[in-house]
Design a protein around this ligand. Sequence first.
Ligand SMILES: [Mn+2]
Length: 319
Amino acid sequence: MMNEDFSIIKDLINNANNVAILTHILPDGDAIGSSCALATLLQELGKESKVYLQAQLPEEYHYFFVSDLIEYKKPENVDLIIITDCAGIDRVGDYSNLIKKCDNTLAIDHHKTFMPFAKHNFVSIGSSSASEFIYDILMNQDFIIDKRIAEFIYLGILRDTGGFMHDCTTSHTLRVVADLLEHKIDAENINRHFMMRTSYKTTMLLKTALNNLQMYNLGKIAVSFISQDDLKKYNAVVEDTGGVISHILSIDTVEVAVLITEASPNVHKVSIRSKNNIDASEVAKDFGGGGHAKASGCQMYGQIFKIINALVKAIQKRI
Ligand SMILES: [Mn+2]
């Protein structure tokens, strides 16, 4: 069933004693925020409830004290499973088989691509985040939201809206945020910790990328690279380059930014970002990759100068 009355959700919660909360693998801020908000609410209602993760909680979320909410063992004897921020069952990972076995399952999501997989499925594609949608459900059903729950919901909205900058940020989103601020949440510190914090490794990789920056077509195309040696020098991995390409794209003249990272010797991970007219996914497709119009990627092999040449040509023919 899809998008029944929200009162079904209240009934499911009231009738449950032990509730497992699941979210997507490689959880992001919305996954952690929405699932921890629900686990907190359920515990406050006197239920047994945990968020069951399949891998260690990423370090940055240690900002919140969540040891009472997170469990790494497999859920047992649960009578309700709630799955947040998962567009499909394939996003659930190893615990997806539990959903098939459990009688009461409830999916709450906000993705356009949502495919129903639980007994009860609620999706709101107009919501910025699963966290925003959960706030609306909780308010609609007169659940009590305290400061702790409000901070988790704020985290989810903050991250999925890119700090209220992405176009999923609606007037309603900001009204929800206004309500959350009424709970005296520590928005300033959450903003600083989750939006304005970079590791030393990433900062050094940014320095490297800026040193290696090359501009083409009167500054419309910017290309940079990070070698295996650079990664080793800072004891970094490809994932540590996160955020570097957005710095390059932020340069005023730049229409297309490319960052090439040598993931292993002569194997290069290429990230392409575009501001306006040039379709980054088309460029990536030329080299067997793909993605979206504004963000795409591909993998390329061989010498760095040849790769740069090929990529610049592929972008120039689209300018
Ligand atoms: Mn989300």
